[in-house]
Design a protein around this ligand. Structure first.
Ligand code: KDG
Ligand code: MG
Length: 402
């Protein structure tokens, strides 16, 4: 029986911070797991180094489900983003190892592909509606079949999702930047902004929009109704989702499909949303929702209720996460869409990936395991840099959901 002989936490910042766990077995096989929690990276690194790595040494890397249960139930303190991201890193690395030992890509270990590739959505944005329209045109020319559209709300410098330069990276400052936000201005602006996208480009592509948790259920219902004639693929994170029952109110108000889940870390965060069909898409991720083992459980629960998947895939999820997501995406019957923001060339100096983007879809590598390698020498050239996500403030100065 092979055993785990080493587990190393690698922190690197090639364009942005990433935490990666690399597990090595007595047979010399290695596996990678993403452990990046944007703006709170070192908490997960310490959880891994100080509390999980000592538990891994000498264990059987084959027993993935048992390892998951051991780390989850064995902690006594359950759930939470730090714990679940750390467990995810171990879980993902063990799937990678199992695939390499079996000589199979992870999608084959998961039962094989239900589709060849996973449709992705790209992020079009603009400092104005005119800029947004140009960006939507660019994504259409690139072959994307699904496009998220965000534009700066006049008078709200804290508008979510507007790219400055080639890469959108909200965790950009050494201390949190405070950004002003007006819900009233946004509610006036968003329907007309997306309306202009449909007016110019029509309905032959999927249009998505991220509200980024900024509304109340009443406001979200009103916005969803205003979006109805635009036939969105989804309205994402209309409200903060701690209060799962509040989605009943949004549901009653509108038929615009709803997607939620990027900040969820366990099945308990979405159990009610799924079983009462209060959402249409579950957006939890491999890295923040306990790894492939736990995300698969969430996706299977969702399948029973005709809720489809739409995993989070911003650039703060490393190429290891993205690869794991695509392996899972191509296997689940209830796949919806995969978020995709290309990582920067600097990030790819450290992470060598095998997935490919073609015709608006990501195709997983057929290499054994996850098909991602981390160049440790390159990683060492990019030391950690403290970076925080912004904090939102209303125009009266009080803190709002960013
Ligand atoms: O770290 C925070 C980002 O991952 C988040 O703001 C991105 O909302 C996001 C999205 O839909 O990708
Ligand atoms: Mg989002």
């Amino acid at each position: 029986m092979a055993t785990i002989t080493g587990a190393k936490v690698i922190i690197t910042s090639p364009g942005r911070n990433f935490v990666t766990l690399k597990i090595t077995t007595s047979d010399g096989v290695t596996g990678l797991g993403d452990a990046t929690l944007n703006g709170r990276e070192l908490a997960v690194a310490a959880y891994l180094r100080d509390h999980l790595v000592p538990l891994l040494i000498g264990r059987d890397p084959d027993r993935i489900e048992d390892m998951w249960q051991y780390l989850y139930k064995g902690a006594y303190w359950r759930r939470g983003p730090v714990t679940m991201t750390a467990i995810a890193a171990v879980d993902t690395a063990l799937w990678d190892i199992k695939g390499k030992v079996a000589g199979m890509p992870v999608y084959d270990l998961l039962g094989g592909r239900a589709r060849d590739g996973a449709m992705v959505y790209g992020h079009a944005s603009g400092g104005s509606v005119a800029e947004l329209l140009d960006d939507v045109a660019r994504f259409r020319d690139l072959g994307y079949r699904a496009i998220r559209a965000q534009a700066a709300v006049p008078g709200s410098p804290g508008s979510y999702g507007v790219r400055h330069g080639a890469i959108y990276e909200p965790a950009a400052t050494a201390l949190p930047e405070e950004q002003l936000w007006s819900t009233e201005d946004y509610l006036d602006f968003a329907p007309s902004c997306l309306g202009q996208v449909r007016e110019k480009f029509g309905f032959d592509f999927h249009l998505l929009h991220d509200v980024h948790h900024r509304l109340t259920p009443t406001e979200a219902g009103r916005l969803g109704r205003a979006f109805e004639e635009l036939r969105l693929f989804w309205m994402e994170d209309p409200t903060p989702a701690e209060l799962q029952e509040s989605f009943r109110q949004i549901r009653r108000a509108t038929t615009t499909p709803i997607a939620v889940g990027e900040v969820f870390n366990s099945i308990w965060d979405c159990q009610q949303l799924i079983t009462e069909r209060l959402i249409d898409y579950i957006r939890a991720s491999v890295v923040h929702a306990g790894g492939i083992t736990h995300l698969r459980r969430i996706f299977h629960l969702a399948e029973l209720y005709q809720v489809r998947t739409g995993s989070h895939g911003a650039t703060d999820l490393s190429p290891v996460s993205l690869s794991a997501a695509v392996h899972l995406d191509v296997t689940v019957p209830n796949f919806g869409v995969q978020e995709y923001m290309a990582h920067s060339p600097l990030t790819h100096e450290v992470f060598r990936t095998g997935y490919e983007l073609r015709d608006g879809a990501l195709y997983p590598s057929s290499a054994p395991g996850l098909g991602v390698e981390l160049d440790e020498e390159a990683a060492a050239r990019f030391p950690y840099e403290p970076k925080y996500l912004p904090v939102g403030r209303r125009t009266d100065g009080s803190v709002h959901d960013w």
